[in-house]
Design a binder for this molecule. Sequence first.
Ligand code: FES
Length: 170
Amino acid sequence: MLKVEEQQPVQFSAALIEKAEEIVKRYPEGKQKSALLPILHEVQAELGWLSPNAMDKIAEFLSIEPIEVYEVASFYSMYFLKPQGKYVLEVCRTGPCCLVGAEKLMDHLEKSLGVKENEVTSDGLFSWRGVECLAACGYGPVLQIGPEYTFYENLNEQKVDDLIQDLRKK
Ligand code: FES
């Protein structure tokens, strides 16, 4: 059963549609499905996440089946299938980062933000989650903050608290 926010009708802006049409033109005629990944990014950037209705609308736009959109969107971790906070703190939870404290950092985020992984704080500002290797294994623990994907290395609890404070002030 879908939650209310997951059933909201979706409207793409004129700018988004224009951008999507431009992306489709990069590919040979009949190969419009190739535009799916960049269009998913654009839609997520505008709406904050990819609701079922948004994915259905993308399928309609590309003249493909909705399942083809769901398969791709659910495969890649950079696509959000649930509403997220304005800032998404993604902590690397792969082995080398765990050896230097990534799990402690995720416990700390849960306590300091007061929400579990993939939940959104009541002010709508933050969510956090563990992700696989962020390719900075020698500099852990590391995290990136979406939607711009700013990257932070050699973290500890105090540095993460400072980051959160800075984001709150924005
Ligand atoms: S293991 Fe954390 S960045 Fe590679």
